[in-house]
Design a protein around this ligand. Structure first.
Ligand code: SF4
Length: 394
């Protein structure tokens, strides 16, 4: 099973942040890491994914597999859709394996020495490690695959620093066996909740160049006396000090002065510019509010604010007894129970994607989504109102 106890300071999963903002490593040192329901669900889904992959590719007898799966499914964070999600992960690994002419070498949940590239050692002096979900090696190819359980932001494999760091670690770990025979690196991120399988390929030379020119210098800078000023960007989202970081606050609060002598109405170009500048404002404000609330609850003073009790909620003390009493007092049963149809998404979540697809065939309609504003870099095609008007509803 995955062993997540050890976390490198300059971890692959936070590499996107510290490569852009090396200062964040020292500034966040000592801040306790918190976990969330989503993180726990992700950990559990990883364990299920690993178990299924072990059964498919390595030696694991059916009895042990069933017993371990049952145990994982009894976990409080288990959700039925995890079964379909982890099946997709194993199917993707199978497809990768089948692209080779002979069976590849496969390693699951493997610690790779990333510290060789991030200039970090463990307490025992050995290089810091990161855990790669699946590594396949055959015919001059090293293929690293990562499972992501989240449904929040889609994660692309293209130039993904986390995946590139794992690949560098894997290359060095298997160098004794494979030498220079590995020349092509493939990276895949399977994110079933968003129906996404993202692939990217890079040559060994280009990967090592990135490690040498980008990764290691950022890591060395992060540890240096002068790691530079904090540098805010979309990587702040997962920074441990994102609530209090002054540079982040400065960035989101900075408003360009549109000169008084200019026309009273903003041009479309200025609207775009203002939207880009305000990017991150809402999430920063929400982070700050949450930080202030927790501080007030902990007895600290946040100037101009205090914590109060929110709206009260009422509930039955004992549903069975309360309803029996109410019926005795003449309240009709039909008034006591509301019957609501399950939503498509809700039922799919409850019974799992696979079963849902089997039993709901022909009963689900899909209506076009509402137009929404996104940055130009978004991969979805531009909304075409004319085409939508002539599209029949599926
Ligand atoms: S919040 Fe952003 S700018 Fe501030 S230290 Fe963290 S990553 Fe750097």
């Amino acid at each position: 099973m995955p062993t997540p106890e050890y976390h490198a300071k300059k971890s692959p999963s936070s590499a996107h942040r510290w490569i852009h903002c090396p200062a964040s490593i020292k500034l966040s040192a000592g801040i306790p890491t918190t976990t969330s329901q989503y993180a726990e669900a992700g950990r559990l889904a990883h364990s299920i994914a690993e178990l299924k992959a072990r059964k498919r590719f390595l030696v694991l007898n059916k009895r042990t597999y069933n017993a371990q799966l049952k145990k994982l499914q009894a976990d409080e964070h288990y959700a039925p859709e995890m079964d379909g999600y982890t099946d997709l992960y194993v199917e993707t690994l199978e497809q990768h394996a089948m692209t080779f002419q002979s069976a590849p070498f496969i390693a699951l949940e493997t610690s790779v020495p990333i510290g060789l590239f991030t200039s970090e050692n463990k307490e025992d002096g050995t290089p810091a490690t990161g855990t790669a979900d699946c590594i396949q090696i055959a015919e001059s190819v090293l293929w690293v695959t990562d499972y992501k359980n989240g449904a929040g932001v889609p994660v692309e494999a293209d130039h993904n620093p986390q995946m590139m760091t794992y690949a560098l670690g894997a290359l060095s770990m298997y160098a004794l066996i494979y030498g220079d025979s590995i020349q092509t690196i493939r990276l895949t991120i399977v994110q079933p909740a968003l129906k996404s399988v993202s692939d990217w390929e890079i040559s060994r030379g280009a990967l090592e160049e990135w490690g040498h020119d980008i990764l290691t210098p950022a890591a060395v800078r992060a540890d240096s006396e002068d790691p530079g000023d904090p540098f805010p960007g979309d990587w702040c989202r997962f920074c441990p000090i994102k609530n209090q970081c002054r540079e982040r606050a400065n960035k989101v609060l900075a408003v360009e002065a549109f000169g008084k002598k200019l026309p009273p109405l903003l041009s479309d170009a200025e609207v775009g510019q203002a939207l880009q500048q305000a990017d991150g404002l809402v999430s920063w404000y929400n982070d700050l509010k949450e930080y202030a609330l927790q501080s007030c609850l902990a007895g600290k003073q946040i100037a101009g604010f205090k914590a109060v009790e929110g709206k009260k909620s009422r509930d039955w003390d004992n549903l069975d007894t309360a309803f029996a009493d109410l019926q005795q007092h003449g309240v009709a049963e039909a008034l006591l129970w509301e019957r609501k149809p399950a939503t498509v998404a809700g039922l799919e979540k409850a019974i799992g994607k696979k079963t849902f697809a089997e039993v709901s065939a022909g009963h689900v309609t899909v209506s076009p989504g509402k137009p929404t504003l996104v940055p130009e870099s978004d991969k979805r095609p531009e909304f075409n109102a004319a085409a939508q008007a002539f599209n029949p509803i599926n």
